[in-house]
Design a protein around this ligand. Sequence first.
Ligand SMILES: [Zn+2]
Length: 676
Amino acid sequence: MKKAIRHPPITKCPHILHGGDYNPEQWLTWKDTIWPEDMRLAKLAGVNSLTVGIFSWAALEPSEETYQFAWLDEVMDMLAENGMTAVLATPSGARPAWLSEKYPEVLRVNRNRSKNLHGERHNHCLTSPVYREKVTRINTLLAERYRDHPALGLWHVSNEYGGECHCPLCQARFREWLKNRYKTLDALNAAWWTSFWSHTYTSWEQIESPSELGDTNLHGLNLSWRRFTSDQFIDFYLCETAPLKKITPAVPCTTNLMGPYMGIDSFKLAKVMDVISWDNYPNWHGTDQDAAWEGMHISFNQDMNRGFKDKPFLMMESSPSATNWQPTAKLRRPGVHTLQSLQAIAHGSDSVQYFQFRKGRGASEKFHGAVVDHEGTENTRVFRDVAELGARLKTMDPIVGCSTPAGVALIFDWENAWALGDARGFLQQNTAYDRTVIEHYSAFWKQAVPVDIIESTRSFEGYDIIVAPMLYMLRRDDAGICVAEKIAEFVKNGGTFVATYISGYVDEDDLAFSGGFPGPLREVLGIWAEEIDSLYPEDRNSFIWKDKNYAVHEFCELVHPRGAEVLAKYGSDFYAGRGALTVNKYGKGSAYFMAARTYTDFLDDFYRDLVDRRGIKRVIEAPLPPGVTAQVRSDGKKEYVFVMNFSPVPAGVDTGFAGKKELAPWEVLVLEREQR
Ligand SMILES: [Zn+2]
């Protein structure tokens, strides 16, 4: 179990940040009435922080090298006068029309090699020297102007980085990146297995980014392009933050991530960020999934954001009511706003921030949820929900900076996901890496066991259990150590490791391991996985474990024990009687292998048994009703226990330390106790 500690506050504000995106430039014409009213309403709602400037470039630089900062000066002063922390954005997420018109190289080129027109947002070329120069200039001016401003608390760099660019500048940069990685064409040809379909390259200039008009089947190319694009975002982030770091070294920088967005390796980007922040848009009340599933799914995302730096983070955006881009913009039920907000804090967020504070009157976000509706007053249900939460957050200062002591780590790895997503075979597009990881996570969530989400190359120190569903790619860390070696060391020293079907198939170049699967994990797992059977949707197999029968579906891997003990055997088909679940004693620890994809009934039972045997503490020891979880934050002296009901029905919970509690639908209780 990792030790609980208190981290320093993320910004100079010692409170839970409460507020979010504010677009005063949309109300410049009415600033004398709307802006003061916004401040009155913000204070009434318990808002202590507003994020400004995200899409303000055209308002700040209406024509090239002509700047107007007066309105932003006024906004920053207004925030300071009202005791608010300004999260100040750099404007690169959307550019003025004059910039695209004069410098068309900034326009992105798509996979089909068509060039975008000006418009939308999040669509600049990542390489363009002109765009980088213009961004550096405006960021420098912002930093110089507000370096000593009392409101400035945090830099919000750009907005929701994503997408990719295939323009000639990016192609040239990609080839440089490849030369740096592979050094020689021979090495690249070998790593990409280019003798396949006569794909051997004889000059660097022949290499083009993946496209449906060209190549999509060379996995080494696809993986390299993913890595390159991700690295380009990191490089762009560093370009953006260079002037901020130089001029305002004491002000932390962040950029708002998008949960498990696959376009950027967020673990890698996190290494250059001071603070993690992310945008959270759950689909509560969906028709195709129940609220408990969404509760687990969002808890997983929150834990993952904490895991990026193993520290408290910020929930930079969330909707205080309906979300305009979801297929059905269903209203939040009473209580759900508080539940969603405190769920973030339960998992390590030190903020509840919204998109958006006031609804604009035009364009596509005019009906996206906001603290202040078009009606314009505090007399709305949503405003009252936000204000009620704001009052509750004011009592939570002691939670700021508290850590999450976890004894279990679950591996979720971007590079693994990229390679697995490319693999042809298995269930084609339905191999479902993320769903599988969340199903394993859910078994811990249901029994109130805190979990850290880590990438495969992260240190395993402090953990009792490491779970790695479908760790298809075994790659090396920056020191050149393969994850398989780290896993073997972890188990040898007494750790418990759990692996599943489709593990240890390829190396970091996406080349299949010779000598049998699961590649370099064979020894620690004590098995050889000879074949894998992919099942049709209606197919089932089964196994019996601890006298209970469990159905399996989708994947049945056929393993030979090579030292491992068989704990459960397949019940039918030509492989009936062969091992479906194994354990291998290795050094002082154990390594389990789930050869088949089960349903969550097995995962729940298996991990409950494992948690008991490893003596991992649950936040609440008594079994919890469906849809209820408990999570904890701690400073090492005091624990703050969040009991959350993600269901539309009341739930009775025996907390143990605080007696029995009855939770209303969607209710959250925050309880305190001394560190156990
Ligand atoms: Zn480009």
